[in-house]
Every structure is written in structure tokens, then in C-alpha cells.
Design a protein around this ligand. Sequence first.
Ligand SMILES: *Cc1c(COP(=O)(O)O)cnc(C)c1O
Length: 471
Amino acid sequence: MRYISTRGQAPVRDFAGVLLAGLAEDGGLYVPEAWPQLGPADWRSLRGLPYPALAARLLQSFVGTAIAPEVVAAICHDAYAGFGHPAVVPLIQLDTNLFVQELFHGPTLAFKDMAMSVRGRLFDHVLETRGERVTIVGATSGDTGSAAIEAFAGRARADIVILHPHNRTSAVQRRQMTTVQAANVANIAIEGTFDDCQDLVKALFADAAFRAEMRLSAVNSINWARIAAQIPYYAAAALALGGPEREVAFSVPTGNFGNVLAAWSARRMGLPVARLVVGSNRNDILARFLDGNDMSMRPVEPSLSPSMDIQVSSNFERLLFELLDRDAAATASIMAGFRQTGRMAVPDAAWHRVRTLMHGFRLDDPGTEAEIARLHAATGYIADPHSAVGIAAARALPAGHGVPTVAVATAHPAKFPDAIERAIGQRPALPARLADLFQREERFEILPNALAPVQAAVRALARRNAARAGG
Ligand SMILES: *Cc1c(COP(=O)(O)O)cnc(C)c1O
């Protein structure tokens, strides 16, 4: 399986290559040169498999010959072994033809774990076969950092350093990062804002000598492996609800467009998907695009669903490339125009095509709290604010479409106790395996907002671990 860039000017790579590379050198995103295709008999053969086995089978079609099937199978098994539900991605019925699929049973209680847990292990394996080590650095305002730390903690070939703004994350978010005791993990609290943390990470990468010395690697959300690892749960839901003989629809609370792109990819591989609903909060660039071909940036406003507070959905470029019949030059020119003008000029024909499949939906904060309350009163189910947007979006699908709709739940409600308490008058409990989170010992360094001390801390971690690993 070979991968090409959406902008056409980067080297063609195999799966291992795109796993390590992340963003393509031309600024584009890697996509498969040809989509794997599964027929009805292939889908049927996946029905009833344990989730890790299903995930391994589908992931292998993207890995190709880059990694042996038994390695991919072992990685998927290991990645999901620590999840808090035996079905890994359980389906729950909320109404006639309305289901929720919970993607938040991983170590950090958010759906980023679905891909990150696999990606960390794949990364380690590829580095091992190449005899390389890397130092992963990233800045976080909360969620991405903890998923990355969980994924890389204890891996042999990577050290990970995460910068967070001191006293500016929630206590749950901070503790999910700082109570991980693995020797290859370092948390740095910067006396500054999230933007300061991001600027420091950029400065680390911009120092070419330091970057080479430490073999820096980024935590980013645009890696193809992440999309590939998110496709299997769409297949699991569809097969459980009668696929491939019966179509299903999915509703996805969306930020960077990675999750909904995975649903689109499952359909592209032959899974019968009738509709995709793209849920947004008040940051509704995608809803405006789907409603009226208006993809124009506006300032980001904070909401109850912070992981959907975006102004640019970076993974949209992968869909754009497909909508333009894989014309890389046209994709590059539209993306350049978007950067310059803040408005993406998607040709009308492409927009009409996407509208036959995707619906946009937006819900503001009062609407989100009302949906959490309504759902709880009607069913007893407690949805977090992100998931509530997706469930409301699923309910808003035109009536009588006649197929089961699955709203994916992307975070555990206990991550957002204040919003839940306002909506239903009670605070959701953390799952048992995290119940002692507030008793666990924390480990982090507090550093001033300056490059030199951060570089020294990164170097110290890498030295320590290289010495332990014997060189
Ligand atoms: C990241 C995230 C999203 C958005 O997913 P994208 O793939 O960026 O569209 C939604 N909900 C939660 C809880 C998230 O962490």
C-alpha cells in the first residue's frame, strides 16, 4: 500500500513512512494511492469478531506489506486490552433507529484513545525495526496531551515531553498526564498560556541543531494512521446493525474532521453508509459549508465542547482532494487561497456532490445543555457535551430516512462534570479505574516561559533514557 500527498509534491511512501512522517513535505496530507475495496462477503466475514481482531483486519488493508499481520494483530490486541468495556466500542439503543456508540472507554476517557493507543505501538514497532529513537514533543490544552502520553508511556523507542500551561488546564486533565509514572514521560508546566506552550514547541522544532540532536517528532492529529485506526468502529457498528445488507447513518461531533473522515473512508471502502451528519457547536464553519458552501474562517469562540472549538478542520483537505477527483494541483491551489483569504473556494459541483451524503448541524451551549437534560429524562442516558451535539444532530436527520442512525459518543461525561451538573443536577462519577485519580502522585516540572530551560529538560529526559536503553 502506497501513500501520496493531497498536494502532489511529496515523496510517495509506504505505511511505515507516513506513520513517521505525519505531514507531507509539500504541506499536504497523505492518503492511500488506491482505496482498499471490500465486497459484501468480505464485510460479512468480519461480523461477530472481537473488536481488536476486526480492527487488525481492517488496519492491515492500509498497512499492506509494511508490517506483518501477526504484528498488527498483536498491537491491536494490546492497544485495546486496557479499555474499560469488554466490547471496546459498545452500542447502546436510545430510540427506534437511534443508537449511540461509545468511543470513550480508553485510558483518557475520550475517543482520541481509539487511534492513539494503536499509533503509539505501531510507531514503537517501526522505530524498533529501524533501530531508531525519537523524542516526541507537543503542547496541549488538555486532551491530546493525555492521549499521547498514555499511548507512548513505557514504549521503548520514544520519549515524550508534553507542555501544558501551568494552572490553566482542568485538574482531571492535568492529573491524567502528570500521574503517569513511566520513565520515558515528562510533563512540563509552563508559566504561561497554551499559546506560549505552542510557541515553545515551534521554537524547539525551529532550532535545527536541537531538532536533529533529539530526533524530534511531533504529536499531530493529521497522521494517516490515526484515520486508519478510526475506520474499524464504523464497520463494527454497521455490521452489528445488519450491514452490509442494511444501510446505516452516522452522526459525528466534529472538530478537525478526522473522525468523520474515517466514517467517509469506511464508506469509500464499500461499507453501506447512507448518510453522515457533521455536528458542530457555535464554531460552525463546517455547518456553514454544508448548508451554503460558505467555508470561511471566523474567530474561535469557547464552548461547552472544547474539542470542537476549531476554525480550520485540517482533515477536510483529504475529502476535498477526493471531491476534486484527486486533482492535487487544484487541491493545493484551493488550500493556498484559503490560507490567503480565509475562505475556501470549493467548486459548486464538488459541493453538490458532498451534500448528497453529508448534512451539517449546529447546536449552541444552551441547546447542548437542553439536549443532555432531555436525553437523561427520556432514557436515563448521560451524554457529555460533545456527544450530546452528535445525538441532537442524529435526531435532526430528516424524518423517515428509514435507516438506523449511530451517534458516536466521543467523551465520557465525567470529563465535563460542571456542564452535566447544570443540565441534570448531578455529577457523573469517574469510572472505577480512575476513581483514585486524585490520590495518585503527580510528577511535573514547572518552568518559565523560555526556550533554554525547556531544551535542557528535553535533553535531560532523552539522555537519561538513551543511557538506560544502552546507547
Ligand atoms: C477530538 C475530539 C472531537 C473532534 O474530533 P475530530 O476528529 O477532530 O473531528 C470530538 N469530541 C471529542 C471529545 C474530542 O476529543
